[in-house]
Each structure stands twice: as C-alpha cells, then as structure tokens.
Design a binder for this molecule. Structure first.
Ligand SMILES: [Zn+2]
Length: 87
C-alpha cells in the first residue's frame, strides 16, 4: 500500500500550508539571503519544506554568490527565476 502524501507536519502534527520563506546560507566569508522563496510552512511550529526544483535554484544562487565572493548577497526569488528564463 502506498501511503498518500501527508499534509500534516511530521514534527508537531500541525497543518502545512503553501507560503514563502526567507532562505539564508552562511558561506563563512559572507551570507546569502533569498527572500520570498516558495515553501510549505507548518502553521503550528513554523517548520519549512522547500521542494527539489526550488532548492536546486537556491543552490545555483549560492554557487554564484560564492564565485563572486560577495559579503552579503540579497536576492528576491521571483526576480531570479524570471531573469533566468530570459537568458
Ligand atoms: Zn509543525
């Protein structure tokens, strides 16, 4: 039997809903901040889940920031995905 995708939080059993979050990574020499990243967020405890496609995009942003060696890189997720489509 295949278990169906649960809409409940595995941490606290609260309900998850589609929202957005701020993604931050500390690179050591600097930080990367990406705002308005689409994510499932638990309404009760605030735990977040980012899907594979989104986390792949975030990885590219981190790689880019690392190559630039920027101390602080702040991005809007929606702007980034749009500009990527154009190029
Ligand atoms: Zn929860």
């Amino acid at each position: 039997m295949k278990s169906e995708h649960s809409n409940r939080c595995p941490v606290c059993r609260g309900y998850k809903s589609m929202s957005d979050t701020t993604f931050t990574v500390d690179l050591g020499f600097g930080v990367v901040v990406v705002r308005h990243v689409p994510a499932e967020v638990c309404e009760q405890c605030g735990a977040e889940w980012i899907d594979d496609a989104t986390s792949k995009n975030l990885e590219e942003i981190v790689t880019y920031a690392r190559s630039k060696h920027s101390i602080v890189e702040i991005s809007e997720y929606s702007t980034l995905s749009k500009s990527k489509m154009a190029s």
